[in-house]
Design a protein around this ligand. Structure first.
Ligand code: HEC
Ligand code: HEC
Ligand code: HEC
Ligand code: HEC
Length: 275
């Protein structure tokens, strides 16, 4: 649906949000004149106009209010703007006063925060990976507001596979009177959810299976639940920090809006580029 152009422009975004060698290579082979054409043919309702001959000047010498593209050729602006339309499923006016493109309006300011968060997250938690795993697409998937997965997860909870339901029922039964005690006291190796009532930890476990589209055995040796041998279980520890950090950066004074499902969408590996 979203098409190849967008895929190409995402490489550019990857480049903007961090240091991505693959993206840099892709960009090196791009022809600025061609970029402008595809930007005009894309889903855009408006065009970025670069005065002829100024394509290769630094973006800040051509436009009025540049931070993200500072030091990069002005020719990157049209592609990046078209990409943003597709990544969020919006038109230019969503982030702009179309009579004063340089003006800062709330959605444009939010986008700047989003770029900063992405650069920081990729560097801190996914260093060395190429191209960057977190992009606007990872969460937005063509929508202005990403999902936290609440509805999807509630629906899937009603439809858990029988064997998984039986595992949970058996563990819950074995908890007996301990089911409301803190998980840290009842289970053997709790690092994160120490204070959560023991039975609630099992709800978290079900949420993990749904958010990632996996079985309990993806993270556990069945029956030896406390063991940390599976890489996926150890990865969850990093992911807990990612979730906390991203929410603290984006929504310091609001309830968290980014959860496992926001990026994973029922898949073990999130998708960072439209297919
Ligand atoms: C999701 C938000 C978003 C969307 C959608 C978007 N932009 Fe932008 N736009 C930005 C941000 C952020 C900047 C600042 C870029 C920078 O700092 O390098 C910007 C900068 C610009 C500038 C430079 C203005 C100046 O003089 O400083 C122009 C022109 C522009 N956008 C046009 C467009 C057009 C045309 C579209 C639609 C094809 C569009 N934008 C879609 C967020 C958006
Ligand atoms: C880690 C997940 C994540 C990533 C990555 C991400 N966003 Fe967001 N974004 C969110 C969440 C969550 C919201 C809040 C949605 C809500 O209010 O329900 C949001 C909201 C926004 C909004 C405001 C929407 C509104 O109507 O208030 C804009 C604009 C936006 N994001 C732009 C971007 C851009 C541009 C990028 C890439 C540079 C990006 N986001 C990357 C999670 C993300
Ligand atoms: C994505 C990985 C993942 C999946 C899938 C998962 N778990 Fe866990 N599980 C963990 C992590 C991480 C912990 C440790 C939680 C903590 O430290 O707060 C844990 C802890 C547990 C514990 C406590 C073990 C102890 O004694 O310390 C039990 C029991 C458990 N899980 C059962 C399950 C069941 C049953 C399923 C399937 C419904 C499941 N888990 C699915 C990652 C996972
Ligand atoms: C900001 C986006 C984001 C959020 C939120 C997020 N993850 Fe991830 N997760 C990723 C990325 C990116 C990878 C790396 C995928 C890859 O290697 O291609 C990953 C990898 C993983 C893996 C390893 C998968 C594998 O097969 O290598 C597990 C397990 C995992 N995440 C669990 C979780 C859990 C549980 C949560 C919620 C506590 C969570 N993630 C929240 C982005 C996210």
């Amino acid at each position: 649906m979203i098409g190849l152009n967008l895929r190409r422009w995402v490489s550019m975004l990857l480049m903007c949000s961090g240091v991505s060698l693959i993206a840099a290579t892709l960009l090196g082979s791009e022809n600025p004149a061609k970029q402008a054409t595809s930007a005009n043919q894309g889903a855009a309702d408006e065009k970025v106009v670069i005065p002829p001959g100024k394509e290769n000047l630094p973006a800040e010498d051509v436009f009025k209010n540049v931070e993200i593209l500072k030091g990069k050729p002005a020719s990157r602006m049209p592609g990046m703007m078209t990409a943003l339309n597709g990544l969020l499923g919006v038109k230019c006016a969503y982030c702009h006063d179309v009579n004063a493109w340089e003006k800062e309006i709330p959605t444009k300011i939010t986008s700047r925060h989003m770029f900063a968060m992405i650069g920081d997250t990729n560097k801190k938690y996914f260093s060395g990976e190429n191209p960057d795993p977190i992009t606007c697409w990872t969460c937005h998937r063509g929508a202005a507001k990403p999902t936290s997965g609440q509805q999807e997860i509630m629906a899937a909870m009603q439809n858990l596979p029988e064997d998984r339901k039986k595992l949970i029922a058996d563990i819950t039964a074995s908890l007996g009177e301990n089911k409301d005690k803190p998980a840290g006291e009842v289970f053997h190796n709790i690092q994160f959810f120490k204070a959560l009532p023991a039975a609630r930890l099992l709800t978290v476990m079900n949420v993990y299976t749904i958010a990632l589209g996996v079985d309990c055995s993806n993270c556990h040796v069945i029956g030896a639940w406390e063991k940390d041998d599976k890489p996926a279980k150890r990865m969850v520890m990093t992911m807990n920090h990612v979730v906390a950090d991203v929410n603290a950066q984006l929504f310091p004074d609001q309830p968290a809006k980014v959860a496992c499902y926001t990026c994973h969408r029922g898949a073990e590996k999130p998708v960072n580029i439209p297919k």
